[in-house]
Write a protein that binds this ligand. Structure first.
Ligand SMILES: [Zn+2]
Length: 98
């Protein structure tokens, strides 16, 4: 199951020449890139549907790769291991009075 993992894709409409953005889920994109299935974009103004060109597909693939890599690099580079060695006094002198 994909939980809100979407990747926006923009492509120019062959009819009106405006950039249209559609969002696919990342897993869906990955699948399409792998299988070679068309990634379709739709222009609501012209109600035109077209599929991404090879170049655009490549760009999408690169973008996806980056996304995945970013996820790894998001964390702090330096690994600071805070060792919490709490020393406990053992068998010290007790102030027992009385
Ligand atoms: Zn259009």
């Amino acid at each position: 199951m994909v939980s809100g993992d979407s990747a926006p894709i923009s492509s120019k409409c062959p009819k009106c020449g405006h950039s249209r953005v559609v969002s696919y889920s990342r897993s869906d994109l990955n699948e399409r890139l792998r299988t070679g299935e068309a990634i379709e974009v739709m222009c609501i103004t012209c109600s035109e549907t077209w599929s991404l060109a090879d170049k655009e597909r490549e760009a999408v693939a690169q973008g996806l790769k980056r996304l995945i890599e970013q996820r790894v690099e998001l964390g702090p580079e330096k690994k600071s291991t805070r060792s919490s060695n709490a020393r406990r006094p053992r068998g010290g002198h007790r102030g027992g009075r009385g």
